[in-house]
Design a binder for this molecule. Sequence first.
Ligand SMILES: Nc1nc2c(ncn2[C@@H]2O[C@H](COP(=O)(O)OP(=O)(O)OP(=O)(O)O)[C@@H](O)[C@H]2O)c(=O)[nH]1
Ligand SMILES: [Mg+2]
Length: 287
Amino acid sequence: MGGSMVDDDWELANSPSNVVRTLVLFGRTGNGKSATGNSILGDKEAFKSKTSSSGVTENCELQRTVLSGGQIINVIDTPDVLRWPWTGVHAVLVVLSVRTRFSEEEVAAVRSLQTIFGSRILDYIIVVFTGGDEFEDNDETFEDYLGSAADPLKEVLVMCKNRLVLFDNKTKDESKGVEQVQQLLSLVNMVIEQNGGNPFTDELFAEYKKEEIILRNSNEGLSIQEISEFKEQLKRIMETIELKLKETTTRLEQQLAEEKAARLKAEEQARSNQEKFDHDIHELERN
Ligand SMILES: Nc1nc2c(ncn2[C@@H]2O[C@H](COP(=O)(O)OP(=O)(O)OP(=O)(O)O)[C@@H](O)[C@H]2O)c(=O)[nH]1
Ligand SMILES: [Mg+2]
């Protein structure tokens, strides 16, 4: 196994060979993306993971492991969508933590994936819950947790057809560690099969990556004019991607504001109904 920055590995990660599986980790900072990556790779040191409110992973990083059967698993740990490597991705692992409350912000993040990449992306999502150890010496089971989940979380699970797995990244029990990775890999195989073996690619990102590689590889053979044209083209693609992201954020903010207004209105209505009811009861009692 050997880790490296994604750019150096892009061609390999993009290999069409069916022995390669490329998984990308997505989720709020601190949810356990890097720790989950390490569990998948069977190497606690592969990605840096530690408690920090400011976020540990700053760059996109690819780490690889080769399973005993020869299958290659690429795991990409990335802090945000803009730094996604648009190599073909076989599955997107949305990492959530059972230790922190599932927020509207997280539903918004999943919806933003959908808005940026289109609904096709949903067919590639697997939800990984970290913090499996929470259920060890607790009366509550994972099934209880899911059963009593708030609507936004249920919404996300429905969006990705209930493909979910529980991870305990702290486990010292080797067989438990192997079993959770097996569970995940069988979900990955299911996703690959359902997508006809085609990894997810996004045209805009793929174009950006292609231009970047051409520019990097042929730096010496290009004229200053050509280099500046390429750079201009790259800038334009990045601006389009950023614009898409901005539109998404604005739309989501609007949607959340509308939902909040509707909730407040419903609460107000309920309060006024209650007041009327109390008043009527009071009147009845007086008469
Ligand atoms: N108890 C417990 N802690 C976990 C588990 N998974 C991750 N953690 C802890 O959660 C904290 C954050 O984990 P990271 O893997 O660094 O989170 P991240 O999502 O990579 O965070 P960023 O790189 O900041 O985006 C660390 O202290 C981990 O040890 C788990 O299954 N159980
Ligand atoms: Mg990290």
